[in-house]
Design a protein around this ligand. Structure first.
Ligand SMILES: Nc1ncnc2c1ncn2[C@@H]1O[C@H](COP(=O)(O)OP(=O)(O)OP(=O)(O)O)[C@@H](O)[C@H]1O
Length: 903
């Protein structure tokens, strides 16, 4: 950087910064990478002493040094110093010319000019090269500290040269050298000195020619203007102009040292004109070569070549920070490395061009910079190698998950098909959607699939995503715009073929003020369209077709139909207690033991105890709560284990100190750790059962019937309670009931009223059971909303039970839609309902005949074996089975065959 510093007072004694292969001239700013031990101590001290805002008050003496090769390895300082006749404290008078031989000093090479990377190696003398006073050149330069930064190996220092210094004597050598100096400022120009005036004229014309040549090299205009302006003052401060020019032209270290030594202006200008003339000559030749080559370079190469030159010159002039200039090169290199498709490359080039014209401080600059960062960070053409080995995948799935046979089979089919498609080079598989209650392993299955295929895994949680732009990104016109979740995921995994799990796709918000996020997924998930998915932010297409999308959902009810249509559903039902026990033993317990820093020998849980945890402390379709409870047990055991170990250590210490302690029966011996967790331990650790078996604990009373329910979080049982009170035949319904379930209640009541006589509730056919009574139907768990038609037959039974004062056993549950004509219609969710009912202790289930196939195909055998299934197609059959003959059924109303024919 060109600076004309106000005269700054130079202290008499300054710390010495030894420079090898580098010369600092007054008025020049330079960067140095510091790694010498003594210099490190110097800057450590400076950091300790100076406040960061006052660093520029610190003045250092930057002196060239030369350690002869023979001295570098030996530390025979005395010998050397006596040879040169200089010892510490001795006065040195500066010689008229440098005393440096060229050996080993990069002769003929620039010491930094024209190479922006040079600064890092400027102080390249190793720590073993011990410095002694005879190595220090007698002329140096006072330097002001402009910047001081810690780096990995030492410090990065920016120095500004101020004035020439003469070295008087070395005052101290440890931990760094300190020297007594005298400043040697340039004398003012003597206008009457004709010889000097002539020299200045010569200098002006040579330097003008030099700048003109630089101009033809297409140096950036601001740099040239600055240089030209500075040259105008050649008549006033010729010394400074020379110093500056010398730092911009190619010259050897010796030549630079000669300039440093030339305190006399005339001598300095003569040397400078000589060097400038040589540089002009070199430039002319290189211009010729350049012109020849230029014709052969393509546009990009030429730009690159010019930019490199510009960077070098700017760096040397200090016009711009090197780092700033580097930024462009870094971005370009990264874009080149990203291997962009041609249309994306075009967009990148366009933006790059705009960026170069901008001021780094402008806000638009950072917007474009960000955009280019995104382009270069995305895996446009980087894929991971697929492992499509069906056997390996089967093992992986079996190792990670117990049961789920149907699901695993479907996944393996999928992998096999993908493998075959890949062989043909056409991969367009369906999108899998795993549907099931929470905690049944949907997310972890997704992860296993990725591992089985050897692909990277990324999960996008869609719960509460209300804004389309969260999927598709914001347009760049918005402040703080960013790409959407899919592109974010790709940047994170760094490959374009990961497994992306779209978690909770059913919780995605529907159409609102900010577009419809599910609509954005229509494009993402469509294998025909997603090869040209365009994120709003990127505004260029990205090929998503290599990604394997897997969605998960608790229920399909809230997934928009077009989205559902693009996916293949795989249902994961809830687990039975037997399955939960196996999952707990083989997966959850070992996992928790590992996570708590214990080993499997430290904790063993009996089967009874685990079953107790599952039945008494969880009531869920999945195993998440079970995992938490097992975690609580493992934690309690871990505390015990740690405490007993501590006791052992303390007792050992006591025993050593006092050996009598062992013999004394009153001294309590440490307890032994017991790794086995039994049923009793579970009660100790987890406390009272959280759940009791509702069915077996519940007393059978008339008017109460067990129904079966199914919702997002799995199946369950629910009770229907009916009571009557004096009134005028009104029906009251409570328990957060939806419209459909309310209608079922009305239908059931109407049927019971119209068939009172046939069911034995009245003594004559025309009599109304509710003549003087009101009926109240309630479904407990009032806070849980309930809806759907499947409680129809349970309501009929509850009404009949109440009016007839007969009970339906609590271990009998029923589900089925009911029509006014007494028909029993099929319902959904049979598998989940049956599994949940089995968990709740139900032993007999009445359900529609047309649901029989669901039981045989979906319900696990061990559950089927423990439950008696009764299939009914009319309400008469339901009543007969529910009351086990305790209610008089006078007629069937219609024959079974008649009903069948009407169905
Ligand atoms: N069959 C199984 N075998 C082994 N571990 C299982 C099984 N099913 C579930 N798990 C474990 O249960 C835990 C919860 O599973 P996961 O998070 O995958 O549930 P999820 O179905 O995705 O739930 P949600 O719908 O709430 O996201 C995980 O630690 C998982 O490993």
């Amino acid at each position: 950087m060109i600076r004309s510093s106000p005269s700054i007072p130079i202290p008499r004694t300054v710390p010495l910064l030894p420079l090898q292969n580098k010369v600092l001239l007054p008025g020049v700013v330079t960067r140095l990478q510091i790694s010498r031990r003594d210099s490190l101590s110097l800057f450590e001290k400076i950091l300790r002493t100076y406040d960061s805002r006052e660093l520029n008050k610190c003045i250092i003496g930057a002196f060239p040094i030369h350690i002869p090769p023979s001295d570098a390895s030996s530390n025979n300082n005395d010998k050397k110093s006596s040879k040169s006749g200089r010892t510490q404290g001795e006065l040195i008078s500066p010689g008229p010319s440098p005393v440096y031989p060229n050996v080993g000093m990069g002769t003929g090479k620039s010491s930094g000019t024209g190479n922006p990377g040079d600064s890092s190696g400027q102080l390249a003398i190793s720590n073993r090269d011990t410095l002694n006073p005879s190595h220090i050149h007698p002329t140096g330069c006072a330097a002001r500290l402009v910047r001081l930064e810690r780096t990995v190996g030492g410090f990065l220092v920016v120095l500004e040269g101020l004035v020439r210094l003469r070295l008087n004597r070395v005052t101290s050598q440890h931990p760094y050298f300190e020297v007594d100096v005298s400043p040697m400022p340039d004398k003012p120009v003597d206008k009457s000195d004709i010889e000097l005036q002539d020299q200045i004229v010569a200098l002006r014309s040579t330097s003008k020619e030099f700048v003109a040549l630089l101009q033809s090299l297409k140096l950036p205009a601001p740099v040239l203007t600055q240089l030209q302006k500075f040259l105008e003052s050649v008549g006033v401060i010729p010394g400074q102009v020379v110093d500056l020019l010398m730092s911009t032209i190619e010259s050897t270290v010796d030549e630079k040292i000669a300039i440093l030594d030339a305190v006399d202006l005339k001598e300095r200008i003569t040397k400078a004109v000589e060097l400038l003339t040589r540089q002009i000559h070199v430039l002319k030749i290189s211009q010729k070569v350049h012109d020849n080559v230029e014709g052969k370079l393509n546009k990009k190469q030429r730009e690159f070549y010019l930019r490199q030159q510009m960077a070098a010159i700017k760096e040397e002039l200090g016009e711009k920070d090197g780092a700033e200039e580097d930024e462009m090169t870094v971005i370009e290199n990264r874009l080149n490395a990203a291997n962009l498709p041609s249309d994306v490359q075009k967009a990148a080039d366009r933006e790059m061009k705009r960026l170069k014209k901008m001021q780094p401080a402008s806000s638009e600059y950072s917007v474009i910079r960000n955009y280019l960062d995104w382009l270069s960070d995305l895996p446009w053409s980087k894929s991971s190698e697929d492992i499509l080995d069906v056997e390996r995948a089967r093992k992986q799935l079996n190792d990670d998950h117990h049961g789920l046979e149907k699901v695993k089979r479907r996944i393996l089919e999928y992998l096999a098909v993908t493998k075959l498609q890949q062989l043909k080079g056409d991969v367009k598989g369906p999108i899998l959607c795993l549907v099931g209650p929470p905690g049944v392993g949907k997310t972890s299955l997704g992860r296993s699939i990725a591992m089985a295929m050897g692909r990277k895994f990324h999960r996008i949680s869609l719960g509460g995503v209300w804004d389309e732009s969260e999927i598709r990104g914001h347009r760049r016109t918005y402040v703080g715009a960013l790409p959407g979740l899919v592109i974010h995921g790709l940047k994170k995994v760094e490959v374009n073929n990961p497994v992306i799990l779209l978690d909770e796709i059913d919780k995605i918000g529907s159409r609102g003020h900010h577009g419809d996020p599910s609509a954005a997924f229509l494009e993402v998930l469509d294998p025909e369209q997603n090869s040209t998915f365009t994120d709003h932010y990127l505004n260029v297409p990205f090929d998503l077709s290599k990604i394997l999308f897997i969605a998960t959902a608790n229920s399909i009810d809230t997934i928009p139909a077009p989205l559902l249509d693009r996916m293949e559903l795989i249902t994961l039902p809830g687990y039975t207690y037997a399955e939960k026990l196996a999952i707990a033993t083989n997966h959850l317990l070992p996992k928790q033991i590992r996570q708590h820093g214990l080993s499997e020998e430290d904790i063993q849980v009996t089967e009874d105890a685990l079953l107790k945890v599952a039945t008494g402390f969880t009531r869920e379709s999945g195993v998440r709560q079970l995992e938490r409870e097992i975690g609580a047990i493992v934690r309690a055991k871990a505390v015990q284990y740690a405490e007993i170990q501590e006791q052992h250590t303390t007792t050992d210490v006591v025993a050593v100190v006092d050996s009598k302690a062992k013999e004394d029966p009153n001294v309590s011996k440490p307890k032994e750790y017991q790794p086995l967790v039994t049923l009793a331990d579970v009660e100790d650790i987890l406390g009272q059962d959280k759940y009791i078996n509702e069915v077996t604990e519940r007393l059978a009373v008339p008017g109460v019937v067990t129904g079966m329910a199914y919702n997002d979080v799995g199946g369950g049982i629910l009770f229907i309670e009916v009571s009557q009170m004096p009134g005028k035949g009104h029906l009251q319904l409570t328990g957060s009931l939806g419209d459909v379930i309310k209608e079922s209640a009305h239908i059931a009541l109407s049927w019971v009223k119209s068939h009172g006589y046939e069911v034995g509730l009245t003594t004559s056919p025309g009599q109304n059971v509710m003549e003087k009574a009101d009926v109240h139907i309630h479904m407990p768990s009032g806070a849980t909303p309930k809806d759907g038609p499947s409680a129809g037959i349970a309501m009929v039974c509850a009404l009949v039970s109440m009016f007839s004062n007969q009970i339906v056993p609590t271990t009998t549950a029923m589900t089925g839609e009911f029509t006014l004509r007494g028909l029993v219609m099929p319902v959904g969710g049979i598998k989940e309902k049956v599994i949940a009912a089995h968990r709740a202790g139900i032993r007999k289930i009445i359900m529609p005949l047309r649901n029989q196939k669901d039981v045989t195909s979906d319900v696990p055998v061990n559950v089927r074996d423990e439950i008696e299934f009764v299939y009914a197609s009319t309400v008469w059959e339901v009543l007969r089975e529910a009351f086990e003959g305790r209610v008089m059924v006078r007629g069937t109303g219609v024959t079974t065959s008649g009903i069948d024919s009407r169905m």
